[in-house]
Write a protein of this length. Structure first.
Length: 199
């Protein structure tokens, strides 16, 4: 498929997204208010990228920020009908040991994606599969959108560090959503809900 060969030459703009898993943020319920604010922050950045010409969003399908970004993209498709989602998992059946409700949620995202494949054609064997996935993502993408704060390490740090290293040798854009940015979004949304009518 064309997606495997894109990177500049075909004029197709691909971005990847990385971020924390729910438990890394202390989120254990799908209706946690923090999820709403993270999605709002992602919506703001993804909308901007789509307006700038992004055509594909590339994720590995990890629970948390990656899947929330996919949900946001599905909503934005109502306005940006050409936007596409690619899910490239690091290995086969990455969700087989997840809880049943998480598997159902994940499969619903895959069902709506425009492209689904696995980097390794084998089940999980070792951490090298994650590194290979990260390298491929950085080869295919023009930039990285990261929900990541250097003060809190976690699963996004590997792709983040590789992207920062890549920046030293070639053009590669990184856009970051920090905890401070999320706090600002939360305050903005709470202000919108405040009733200022004193009449």
């Amino acid at each position: 498929m064309l997606f495997y060969y894109v990177k500049g030459g075909f004029g197709v703009s691909v971005w990847t997204v990385a971020g924390y898993k729910p438990y890394e943020l202390g989120i254990f319920k799908k209706d946690d208010p923090a999820v709403f604010f993270i999605k709002k922050a992602l919506e703001k950045e993804l909308r901007r990228l789509l307006e700038e010409g992004m055509e594909w969003l590339l994720i590995s399908g990890q629970l948390g920020v990656e899947c929330w970004a996919a949900e946001v993209l599905f909503e934005l498709k109502k306005e940006f009908s050409d936007a596409k989602l690619a899910v490239l998992t690091p290995f086969l059946q990455q969700h087989e040991n997840w809880k049943e409700d998480n598997q159902t949620y994940y499969e619903a995202i895959l069902a709506q994606a425009d492209f689904v494949d696995s980097v390794s054609k084998e089940p999980y064997k070792n951490p090298v599969q994650f590194r290979n996935k990260n390298q491929l993502f950085l080869q295919k993408a023009a930039g990285l959108l990261a929900v990541y704060d250097e003060e809190k390490t976690g699963s996004p740090q590997y792709l983040w560090n590789m992207a920062r290293t890549l920046q030293q040798s070639q053009p590669f854009e990184i856009r970051q959503i920090t905890f401070y940015d999320l706090q600002l979004i939360a305050e903005e949304e709470q202000l919108k809900e405040t009733d200022w009518d004193y009449s």
